[in-house]
Write a protein of this length. Structure first.
Length: 366
């Protein structure tokens, strides 16, 4: 059965998204159709629009989604209609050396399911019948989505779907960068560059990990106020190079710094800020041509590390339930991350608000 669905599309780079009625095919073997409950508006969707993340267009946007299983294809045994699920925007083959070693964010097969289900042909078409891609194998900014079963993680139906959606990207990316990539130690000091949905999740993760000092840096004052609500102990309004101030605040530099914007220059700033033996983690996704630099001598003499974190180095089947149990225990704030909810018809406004830095997270609700 083909299902009609309203969806947010990117047809042309740097143009406002269009909201259109699309046709979503029934699931083939190994696939599942989900009726979306909510989809967060992540900066990575915006990066698909402005070409930073260069995927072929036209594209159904959305990768931070949660919903209810509507129909399962042949061979899908672990999901059934009525199950609540969160989308995972990485395809995990489960067989390559990285999947087997518990590092599915590095799955060798990922590239195969970037804009379609794994089988490689599109399941969505526009009103004229032309095929559409789906962002990161999800395309969850739509009333229905048909995706590979491996892109879905079953969750407790008690969790509200708008909160659950955030775990599908921003929250797991941020908290996971702290827990899995950096393994932040209790009592440490942490600097966070950029306080959007991802950076605020890094801040929350750092607080849960027991960091003693969490310093938030952003170019917008309202974002710093949000950062304090999520547990930042200090804030710096980014006007000029903040390295001196960070060194002063921490007596030599923070133990960890997280770049959550997507700029090589800021990655270099984060690296310069950390103390001897410190760790700087790049979470933001920069333009393909962007690069960064470090003073080479600081690598041996100061034993500093610069690394990256993709999707919080997570294992979705382990980390999604972990995030949700922290939420259920009242330790991870998800409701508070949602500044505004939008109907799908207001998707263009939701993106304009993201670009203007108005929201911790905006969420499309269906
Ligand atoms: N590594 C991953 O797996 C992963 C996953 C999701 C998102 N991302 C990336 O993380 C980044 C953040 O995503 P988001 O959804 O939180 O974005 P966002 O737009 O909601 O937040 C970005 C924040 O950075 C601030 N900012 C901009 N320039 C700054 C500067 N020079 N110094 C300090 N702050 C600055 C903005 O004011 C804003 O508050 C994006 O690049 C996104 O593509 C990466
Ligand atoms: Zn995202
Ligand atoms: Zn794999």
């Amino acid at each position: 059965m083909v299902r009609k669905a309203k969806a947010a599309l990117c047809r042309e780079h740097n143009k406002p998204v269009t909201v259109e009625e699309i046709a979503v095919d029934a699931p083939k073997r190994g696939e599942v159709t989900v009726k979306l409950g909510a989809c967060g508006v992540c900066h990575s969707d915006l990066s698909a629009i402005n070409g930073t993340i260069a995927l072929p267009l036209p594209l159904v946007l959305g990768h931070e989604g949660a919903g209810v299983v509507e129909q399962v294809g042949e061979g899908v045994s672990d999901l059934a209609p009525g199950d609540h699920v969160i989308f995972s925007f990485i395809y995990m083959c489960g067989k390559c050396r990285f999947c087997v070693a518990g590092r599915p964010v590095l799955c060798l097969e990922q590239g195969k399911a970037l804009t379609t289900p794994l089988e490689g042909t599109p399941r969505v078409r526009d009103a004229s019948g032309a095929p559409l891609g789906i962002f990161s194998g999800c395309g969850s900014m739509a009333e229905y989505a048909t995706v590979s079963a491996e892109n879905l993680i079953k969750i407790d139906p008690k969790i509200p779907l708008d909160c659950a959606a955030l775990v599908g990207c921003g929250v797991t990316t941020g908290v996971g960068a702290v827990f899995n990539t950096a393994r932040v130690e209790p009592g440490s000091s942490v600097a966070v560059f950029g306080c959007g949905g991802v950076g605020l999740s890094v801040i929350q993760g750092a607080v849960i990990a027991g960091a003693q000092r969490v310093i938030a840096i952003d170019t917008l004052e309202p974002k710093l106020q949000m950062a304090r609500k999520f547990g930042a102990t200090d804030t710096i309004l980014f006007k000029e190079d903040p390295v001196k101030e960070l060194k002063k605040l921490t007596g030599g530099g923070p133990d960890y710094a997280f770049e959550c914007v997507g700029s090589g220059e800021l990655a270099a700033t984060a690296y310069r800020a950390i103390r001897r033996g410190g760790l700087a983690v790049v979470v933001g996704v920069a333009k393909p041509g962007d690069s960064t630099s470090v003073r080479t001598m600081t690598l041996p003499f100061e034993e500093k590390t610069l690394t990256g974190s993709y999707f919080g180095s997570c294992v979705p089947r382990v980390d999604f339930p972990r995030m949700l149990s922290l939420y259920m225990a009242g330790r991870l704030k998800l409701d508070e991350l949602i500044t505004r909810r939008y109907p799908i018809g207001e998707a263009p406004q939701a993106f304009a608000d993201l670009q203007a830095g108005k929201n911790a997270r905006g969420v499309i609700v269906f």
